[in-house]
Design a protein around this ligand. Structure first.
Ligand code: ADE
Length: 246
C-alpha cells in the first residue's frame, strides 16, 4: 500500500512511522510511505507557502501553486491516486471509512495533503482534492497527526501486517461490537482473579463468554452500536437477560 504525504512539517513523521508494526510493514514491503515537503516546490528566495486572505481578515492561507506543483509532480496530472485532504471539515473517519479507503489504497495508493495555517486556497479543494477526511469534531493545528492516524488505521488492515492470523477481524469496531476484557498471567494479581472460564480449556465456552462480554461492554458503553449489527438468536437471549430489547 503506497502513501504519498504532502506536508509543511515532514520532520514530524519518521519517529512514529519507523517504529513497531509500521516499521516492519515497510521493511517487508506491505507498506510504503513517502513524505514530501511542499516547501520544495516553491520558487522564491524565502520559500513562501502561505499568504494573506483576499478580502482581509486574520490568519494565513496556503497558496495554491506549491501544493498543485508538488502533487502533480509526484503523482501526475491528472493525479493517478485519490488526493485526500485532512481537515476538520471532512467526513468523519470511522472503521467503515477506513475499510473503504483501504480498498482504494490497495489498488491505487493514496495521496494525503496535510492542511496548515488557517486554511488553504479553495482552488486546491475544488480542483485537486478528491476526498476530505476529519478524524473527529475538534480542531488540531494541522493535518499531520490525522494523516498518521489514517495511515496507521489502513496499514493494519493489510493482510499480513498484524502478526496474528485473525488480524484485524476481531478488533473493537471491526465486528460492530466493542471487544470484551482480556487477561494474561498471573492468574491472581493483588487478590483479583482471572475469570475461571478462560482457564477452563473449553473453547466453546470461552467463545460464548467472549461474545457475551463484547455484547455487555457494547451495551454499557455504546448501546447505539447494537442497533446497527445483526444479532444471533443466542445474542438476543443473552441481551434479554440484561433487560435489553434489541
Ligand atoms: N486538521 C485540523 N484538525 C483536524 C481534524 N480534526 N481532522 C483532520 N484534519 C484536521
Amino acid at each position: 500500500m503506497q502513501f504519498d504525504v504532502f506536508t509543511l512539517l515532514p520532520e514530524v513523521f519518521p519517529a512514529y512511522l519507523n517504529s513497531s508494526i509500521l516499521k516492519r510493514a515497510q521493511q517487508n514491503g506491505h507498506l510504503s510511505v513517502d513524505i514530501h515537503n511542499i516547501r520544495d516546490w516553491t520558487h522564491d528566495k524565502h520559500n513562501v507557502t502561505d499568504d494573506t486572505p483576499y478580502g482581509g481578515g486574520g490568519g494565513m492561507i496556503m497558496k495554491p501553486e506549491p501544493v498543485f506543483e508538488a502533487i502533480e509532480d509526484v503523482i501526475g496530472s491528472p493525479p493517478t491516486r485519490p488526493v485526500i485532504l485532512l481537515t476538520p471539515q471532512g467526513r468523519l473517519f470511522t472503521q467503515d471509512v477506513a475499510d473503504e479507503l483501504a480498498r482504494d489504497a490497495r489498488d491505487l495508493g493514496l495521496a494525503l495533503l496535510c492542511g496548515r495555517y488557517e486554511g488553504l486556497d479553495e482552488r486546491i479543494r475544488t480542483h485537486l482534492v478528491t476526498d476530505e477526511i476529519s478524524i473527529g469534531d475538534y480542531v488540531l493545528t494541522g493535518g499531520e497527526l490525522p494523516a498518521m492516524i489514517l495511515i496507521d488505521a489502513l496499514a493494519r488492515l493489510i493482510p499480513g501486517v498484524l502478526g496474528d492470523e485473525n488480524g484485524a477481524a476481531n478488533d473493537s469496531h471491526a465486528s460492530g461490537l466493542l471487544e470484551g476484557p482480556h487477561y494474561t498471567r498471573p492468574n491472581e494479581f493483588r487478590g483479583w482473579e482471572v475469570p475461571a472460564v478462560l482457564r477452563s480449556g473449553d473453547h466453546g465456552k470461552v467463545d460464548q463468554w467472549r461474545r457475551e462480554q463484547a455484547l455487555l461492554r457494547t451495551l454499557e458503553r455504546r448501546p447505539e452500536m447494537l442497533k446497527k449489527i445483526e444479532l444471533s438468536e443466542k445474542d438476543r437471549e443473552f441481551l434479554e437477560t440484561l433487560n435489553f430489547q434489541p
